[in-house]
Design a protein around this ligand. Sequence first.
Ligand code: SAH
Length: 346
Amino acid sequence: MKKILQDLNYFELENLILSLGEKKFRAKQLYEGLMRGKKISQINVSPLLRENLLKEYEDEPVKIIKTLTSSDGTEKYLFGLADGNIIEGVLMKYKYGNTQCVSTQVGCRMGCKFCASTLSGLVRNLTSGEILSQVLVVNALHKEGARGVTNVVLMGSGEPLDNYNNTVSFLKNVSAEGGINISPRNISLSTCGIVPKIYALADEGLPVNLTISLHQTTDEGRARTMPIAKKYSIDEILKACAYYFEKTGRRYIFEYSLIEGENCDKQHAEELIKLLKGKPCHVNLIRLNEVKERTLKSTTDKQAYVFLGLLEKGGLSATVRRSAGADIGGACGQLRANYLDNENRE
Ligand code: SAH
């Protein structure tokens, strides 16, 4: 695979251009083109510069190979990478803007029992430019006429804090002024709870919203579905979150996917209240997306709202997440899994 030009920030791009013997203003032209989601070959610079760049850099590091559109406007994409790997993404449309869910790795090695992204392990990390390019190509699709991407969530395949350096470069580049300029406040990073990296992120000076996949109220319970729980305890996660709040002033969010018979009885609500009451946090209840390779079952909507009521009565700030794009299926890594399945059968 060639190198990825979108990995570079403006300053690095300028240095590259100067090293190729070109004038500085070419960097600006190039950068503007890249931020509009263009391929190198489509950008209006001299033919010689294009040719030189294309010798070393991928023309189109991320391309949309399939789009599914839901009746509620949600769009799901299969992206092809330059080395033939496949990742997926989603764009959800809300009154306040368009939220894109991006992937940070091809596959994942965290092994959570409910998740389709980790079924065949980690293939490789994405570079920062591959993460950024997902946003650039989707934004380019939407900015004509309508609104482009206004919010980003790192909730596609992969564990962002397991690909720490590339994820942080991505966060810096996607929020850079003069670029696509999505504010860190409009970005949410979701992690299964890699504690040392939460501290590191708090010290980066990037006030993104921190989201923790909690899904359980005890370490033993959590370890049943999330192997990472054997490494870091809930107590350590809560301490890291407190540090994150202290450093960034941002309230943090816990994701809690409701699994029948596993984590949504009255007892769990009480334990969750005890853990989180008085903390500057919010609980996002998610109805489990049933994955065909897994046996875990979702709760009913009614149970979800009963559980929500218990949390609210106990003084927690909580919501049940609206599920978008239900009619086009393929949430949480299932789109890619289905695609790979079909490829293998052909
Ligand atoms: N690796 C990151 C991002 C994962 S995806 C993390 O663990 O947070 C974003 C969220 O979806 C996580 O909370 C994850 O636990 C949850 N999730 C994964 N598979 C799911 C499924 N089948 N149903 C509901 N939520 C799921």
